[in-house]
Design a binder for this molecule. Sequence first.
Ligand code: SIN
Length: 405
Amino acid sequence: MVYKYDFLIIGAGVAGMSYALKVAREKKGTVCLICKTSLEEANTSFAQGGVASVTNLAVDNFDKHIEDTMVAGDYISDRQAVEQVVRCAPAQIRELVGWGVNFDKKGDGQFDLHREGGHSEFRILHHADDTGAEIQRGLMEAVRACPDITVKEHHFAVEIITQHHLGVRVTRRSPHIQCYGAYVLAPSEAGGGARVDTYLAKITVMCTGGCGAVYLTTSNPVIATGDGIAMVYRAKGTVQDMEFVQFHPTVLHNPKETHPAYLITEAMRGYGGILKLPNGQTFMEKYDERLSLAPRDIVARAIDKEMKIHGLDHVCLDVTHKDAAETRRHFPNIYQKCLSMGIDITTDYIPVRPAAHYLCGGIKVDLNGQSSIERLYALGECACTGLHGGNRLASNSLIEAVVYA
Ligand code: SIN
């Protein structure tokens, strides 16, 4: 079958859904949002920590957030992309709130801000320790309530359509490669086989996420297979910085749970959690003066090195010195998860280890999210905007997706 839309959005995490909502609101044309499983399953849901944005102007400002991002990215981030995301972030927080996303607030009505590795200030908006799930919930409800967005779950894009499919030879050097939509595998109907349909679109937007699932242990779900990036690469589009795969320093050590391994949010170190060896000895002082709150590439490498030196399969995160009720209030899901494994985090160390977490590279895009292929855009983790450089600053990804959307 052949379908025709003005906008074809492939992938339904924070990037895909916020773009769908914005373009539908502007009444620019028909919008189709396809996702390969269900809306609930996007990697966005697994983000715990939160969304970075300057909101407390009494102590924070854009220059500090820009500098923190450049330092974490090892100064190979694109400064224009950094400035765009940081300066547009507060308005996009208002968009998220307008779509029904809740962020925790203090008694005085101000946002309750967390701090994470590499941030010089408390600037992480969050919803307890399940911010991604809250964003996915809010956006899903808004998308489902929007009559102008056609949602197709369990539809798997397999190839984007270019001149190549009209019999023209396309190489990486061909000028003006154009995208006309995508071939999409439809779910098989009762008694019928699988079917590949043609989706023609004026604008196609890749929002397919990263590729963490190719690693042995990852905080990502199994759907994070990098297929959107692969589709664009096969169509002779430009991808860049694929070597910059970020490892999160702390997932819960559990050999039975690897895709996703359960994340122990960096906000826990911002809260005062201290990395230790199982015998209680600290080690971060050997690696960085910011200790457990150094940017995550430094912390992940330090943990990996200590595991190798001591022949360990994990190190530990200690929050036992913190007030138990506060810990349970800030991290209710982590508390329950660990308890289900017999670990009471208010009295016991949490066994943690690094895991593949985020792809800083991807489909190369400009400041408008446009790829090297005409009529093809990329947003979110599958895109390489230049914001993250060699190492993403914690909690900069969800906001990047909404800004570029
Ligand atoms: C975390 O909660 O530590 C993850 C947040 C992020 O990757 O930005």
